[in-house]
Structure formats: structure tokens, C-alpha cells
Design a protein around this ligand. Sequence first.
Ligand code: ADP
Length: 389
Amino acid sequence: MKRIGVIGGGQLALMMGSAAQKLSVELIVQTPNPNDPAVSIASNTIFAAVDDATATAELAKQCDVITFENEFIDIQALSKLATDKVCFRPRIEALSPLLDKYHQRCFLQDLGIPVPKFTLPESLFAVSSQTIQYTKITFPAVLKARRHGYDGQGTFIINDLTSLEKKLYQDPGKNHKNNLIESHFLLEEFIPFQKELAVVAARSTSGEISTFVVVETQQEQQVCRRVIAPADISLQIEKTIKDIACKVLDNLQVVGVFAIELFLTNSGEVLVNEIAPRTHNSGHFSIDACFTSQFEQHLRVVSDLPLGNVAMKIPCAIMVNLLGYETLKSNYSDKRSELAKIPGAHVHWYGKSESRPGRKLGHITVLFDKLNRDEAMTIANNIESIWYS
Ligand code: ADP
């Protein structure tokens, strides 16, 4: 497998670039804009939206296998291509239960994997002639767009009925008090978690699975700010999480890398929040901290190479996202050089043409030669005060 097609040209595809070089494989990218980050590392680009399956058919002619850097695809159209012998890794059947957050929750529940209690908002409405009664909702609750949410866009913490109604009726066209059809949202219980955790796992064509170390992720306003590797959890919890990863990847016969985000509750229960069927922000630390990065591991399994060693090279690492905080065309070179002076720091910049509030512009990983999470958190705070000053 020498030519790999990648649907999506954002930073996740960009970060496959150096792994592709190392493995001597070519990346051919399908992405809409010439400014998209991965255009710079692609050996060829098909400029088209990621859900343009006609463009993907064209991509297929130039590649041995096609993989994904995001999931905003047209799954039905890609299923047709798959029956026409286009090779997707992961296969389309492995993606289809996961793209809609409601279907994903149902899939996990059917596998016996614990998830937050969830429902469709429309199932809670008893519609009479002019009024709607809501049953069984405890606030706070979490309302999530079933598709196309990312970086917390599409996830809302809802504190009362009025706010819930406002969100539901804003939803384009569908919801009217007397005519509730389908809301495009999932409603679930708010989990007052102790920690958020994540694991990245890869499964090869022979069914072998390797999991990176479990990490702690820290979100603010539903957006990931920091990732600490390894997470401060017991061996038992680590095993529970790795068992969940194996169950999901085996069940779906995945070939590729998946990330699983989880909640750890105060009573020590582990619930799955979300599965991302691709490389993920929670695995970026692996570029600098592990012998094999999540991007190399993904390309290895997709191109039929043996799994790499995912052990950490050092005892501790922290990754801090560099998020946009203004709308500006700038490459922030001064701040980046200041950050690069931090001992053990590796700065990654995605080359986006414009900064917007909340946009992921880059990240920095700092490596430590001792396991000291307090020190790592202090460094993360320093990084954020330099970046957001
Ligand atoms: P996205 O897919 O956009 O990343 P998520 O569903 O992962 O959105 O939610 C983003 C963040 O919102 C989570 O990391 C967590 O901090 C918070 N969150 C999501 N669901 C819940 C929940 N049920 N209870 C508590 N917090 C939640």
C-alpha cells in the first residue's frame, strides 16, 4: 500500500505528513480549500468537500486505500463505492453506527458498555392540542447535535426547561410546539465527573490491537485545553478502559486508529462519552512522547504494516492546545518562539490562514523526565498565560 487517500485536509491529516514520509507512503488528500493545512504535505489534492462522493470516486482511482481524518462524510454514498470494491480503512460498516451520536450511544449500550443515560428529546414530549408536557428530565442536562458537532460546537449544558425549548425550537424548520417531528438532537444526563479520560487504540488487519497510555483530558467550555499523559488512575481503571477499547474495535473489526473519550465518576465508574473513528486531539502527545505516534500507527495499520511500539519514551508529558482567541490573520511567530524556549517543549503549528476564537491553531507538548503532574500543570498554566496574554 503505497498511496493512501485521506478524506479531510485539516490538522489531523497534516500531522500524518511526517509519518507518511518515514514510511515512504504518499498521501492524496480530498479537502475543499487550497489553504487547508494538509494541502502542504499531500502529494496530490482533490479540492472537494469531504462529503462529495463523486470526488472520492476520483480519489479512489489515485490510491490503494482510503482513510479518514474527519467524519463529516456521506456514508450512504461511500457505501456504494465500497460495494464497487473501493477499499476503505476503517471499513464503512465500522463507521456507520458511530457518525450519529444517538446511534453511537445505542451501539455502545447494545454492547453492554456504560454510557450516560440518554434519549431523543422528542420522545419526552407528550403532545396534546396546544401544550407539550415534558417528562423525566432532570437538569442540568446535556443537549447534543446528533451529527456535525466538534470541539464542543453542538454540545450545550441545559439548566432549565426554557433554555431547552429555546434550543429545540431554534433548530431549523423541524420543531413546532404542536408538530414535533425530529429534533436532530440527543438529550442526556449531565455527568458530574471526577475526571475526563481518553485512550487511542489501533487495530491491524490481522486483528491485533495496541492501545496508547490512558490520558486525562481537561476541557473548558466543552473544548479540550490540556491533555496529561499518563492519567492518574488505578491499574484497574486503566484495564477497564483498555478492555472497552478492545471490545469496540473488535466488534466493528476496525482497521485504523480510534479514540475513545470517557468520564470517570466520583464512585469510580467509567462511562464512554464518545468514540472518534480516527486520530484525535487526545493522542497528539504521542508525536513527541511515544516511540510511535498515533499518526504513524494509523498509517501503519491502514497500509498493512505491523503495529509500532506505542510506549512512552519519557515518564510524563503534557499537551496544551493553542486555541484562537481573536479573529486575525497572524502566524503568532513571537509567541511561538517564546513557547519554544520552555525546556522540553515541542511546538506544533497547523499553518491555518486565519485565527478565530476557539479555533485549534496549534499545540505544544512538553516532555518531563520525572512523573510529576503538579509540575506539568504549572507549566501548562505558564504556556496558557504566554499564549492568551
Ligand atoms: P464534541 O463531540 O463536540 O467534542 P462532546 O460530546 O465530546 O462534544 O462534549 C464536549 C465536552 O462537553 C466533554 O468533553 C465534556 O467536558 C462536556 N460534556 C459532554 N457531555 C457531557 C455530559 N453528559 N455530562 C457532563 N459533561 C459533558
